[in-house]
Unconditional design. Structure first.
Length: 382
C-alpha cells in the first residue's frame, strides 16, 4: 500500500497555479481536485494558506510553521521536565543508584519517557541502561556484602566502623575501612540515631582523669520493666580507662545497703578499690551507708547536679545498653532480665570493639595495659 503523498511548498504553489488555469477553462472544483489528485478540502485549505504567494514565500511560510511546531514541542518537554524536577526534588540526588531510582519513579508515576527522565535527573541514558555490577553474579564483593548484611541483622544499631572492626579482627578479613563504608551505604545499612544537642558545662567539683586502670570507676542506675509493668532497676559500673564493665545488679529495688555489699564484692573481684568512684547525686549514692563504706578507702567524686555529661563514660555505656539490649527485649520475668543483661555486659567486655581503644575489646586492652596514674599537682579527690 502506497504511503501518503506529502507535497512540498513548491508543489503546492504549482498546483494552485494549475488550478487557476483549469478554473479559467471552466472546470469545476471537483474536476480540478481530481486532476490534481487531491481532495476538494485539501485544495480549499491550500488556497487559504498559499493563495497569492510565490514559491519562495510559500516555502518560507512552511518552514516557519515547522519551526513553530518544534518550539511548541520543546516548550512542552521543558514544562514536563520542570514537573519531573519538582516531583523528584526531595533533597539532592547524588549517587548513580539514587538517580536510577529517581528515573524509575518518574517513568512510573509521571509516565514520562526514559530520555526525558534521565535528562531531568542528570543521568546518562547509557548509565541508566547498564546493570550495576552489584546486581550481577560477577560482583566481586558479593560475599562481603552478605557478611555485612548478616552483621547488621545481628547488630542493627552498629555502624560501619564496628562492622569493619569485626571483619578485621574477628573474621581476619583484610579490608579497607573506606570500602566497608561504601558497601555499607550501598546496602542501605545506615541507621540514623538521634543525638541530643550537647550542652557545655563545668563541674563544680574537681575531676580526676582516668589515665590508667583502676583510677576512676563510674557508676549509674537505669530503669526498665517486665511485661507485667513491675520495675526493673539496673546498676552498672565501668572502668573509665579500660571501658570494662565491672558490676551487674538487676533487681526490683536496690537500697543503699545492698549497693554497698555489691560494691564490696566488686572490689574483691577486681583486685581492690580504685582511687575514685564517680557518680551523680542519687539518693543511694549520697547515703550515709555508702559514705561510711568509702571513708578512708576510696574517694568519691560527685558530678554537679544536672550535668550528666561530666559522667560521660557511664552515660555512653548506659545508652548502648538501652538501645542494643533493653529496647530490643521484653522481659517476662526478673530472672530473664538478669541473664540477658549479664550476657550483654559480658559481650561488651569480650566482643565489643572500641575505636578509642584501637578497636580492641576492653578485655584485650586491659590485659597488657601498663599505664600508671599521674596525679595532677600531687592531689587526688577525697
Amino acid at each position: 500500500m502506497a504511503g501518503r503523498k506529502r507535497n512540498s511548498a513548491e508543489d503546492i504553489v504549482r498546483k494552485l497555479r494549475r488550478a487557476d488555469e483549469l478554473t479559467a477553462a471552466g472546470k469545476t472544483q471537483e474536476e480540478i481536485a481530481g486532476e490534481l489528485e487531491v481532495s476538494a478540502a485539501t485544495l480549499y485549505n491550500w488556497r487559504r494558506q498559499y493563495d497569492g504567494m510565490d514559491t519562495d514565500a510559500a516555502k518560507e511560510l512552511k518552514e516557519l510553521r515547522e519551526q513553530n511546531g518544534k518550539l511548541k514541542r520543546l516548550l512542552a518537554d521543558a514544562e514536563l521536565e520542570k514537573d519531573a524536577l519538582r516531583e523528584g526534588s526531595e533533597g539532592k540526588i547524588l549517587s548513580p543508584a539514587d538517580k536510577r531510582r529517581a528515573v524509575d519513579m518518574l517513568v512510573t508515576t509521571m509516565r514520562v519517557s526514559k530520555r526525558l527522565a534521565c535528562r531531568a535527573v542528570g543521568l546518562a541514558r547509557s548509565t541508566y541502561a547498564r546493570t550495576p555490577i552489584a546486581q550481577t553474579p560477577a560482583d566481586p564483593d558479593a560475599a562481603l556484602r552478605t557478611i555485612l548484611r548478616d552483621y547488621a541483622r545481628t547488630h542493627p544499631l552498629h555502624g560501619f566502623r564496628r562492622a569493619w572492626a569485626h571483619l578485621r579482627h574477628d573474621q581476619a578479613i583484610a579490608v579497607n575501612k573506606k570500602k566497608v563504608h561504601r558497601l555499607w551505604k550501598e546496602e542501605g545499612l545506615q541507621v540514623r540515631i538521634y543525638h541530643p544537642r550537647k550542652r557545655g558545662g563545668v563541674s563544680s567539683c574537681p575531676q580526676t582523669e582516668a589515665d590508667a586502670p583502676n583510677v576512676v570507676w563510674a557508676m549509674d542506675f537505669q530503669f526498665d520493666s517486665t511485661v507485667d509493668g513491675k520495675a526493673v532497676k539496673i546498676a552498672s559500673m565501668i572502668d573509665e580507662h579500660t571501658r570494662l564493665s565491672l558490676m551487674n545488679i538487676v533487681e526490683r529495688s536496690i537500697p543503699a545497703q545492698r549497693l554497698v555489699e555489691e560494691i564490696g564484692k566488686t572490689f574483691a573481684l577486681w583486685g581492690g578499690p580504685p582511687l575514685v568512684l564517680r557518680m551523680d547525686n542519687g539518693p543511694e549514692f549520697i547515703s550515709s551507708a555508702l559514705q561510711q563504706f568509702c571513708a578512708n578507702r576510696v574517694g568519691i567524686s560527685y558530678i554537679a547536679p544536672g550535668t550528666p555529661w561530666n559522667n560521660g563514660h557511664i552515660e555512653s555505656f548506659n545508652n548502648r545498653l538501652r538501645k542494643e539490649c533493653l529496647n530490643r527485649n521484653h522481659w517476662t520475668s526478673l530472672l530473664e532480665a538478669r541473664v540477658v543483661i549479664e550476657d550483654f555486659k559480658d559481650d561488651h567486655n569480650h566482643r565489643h570493639r572500641h575505636s578509642s581503644l584501637g578497636y580492641l575489646t576492653p578485655a584485650e586492652y586491659a590485659a597488657p595495659c601498663t599505664h600508671t596514674h599521674q596525679p595532677v599537682d600531687g592531689r587526688e579527690i577525697d
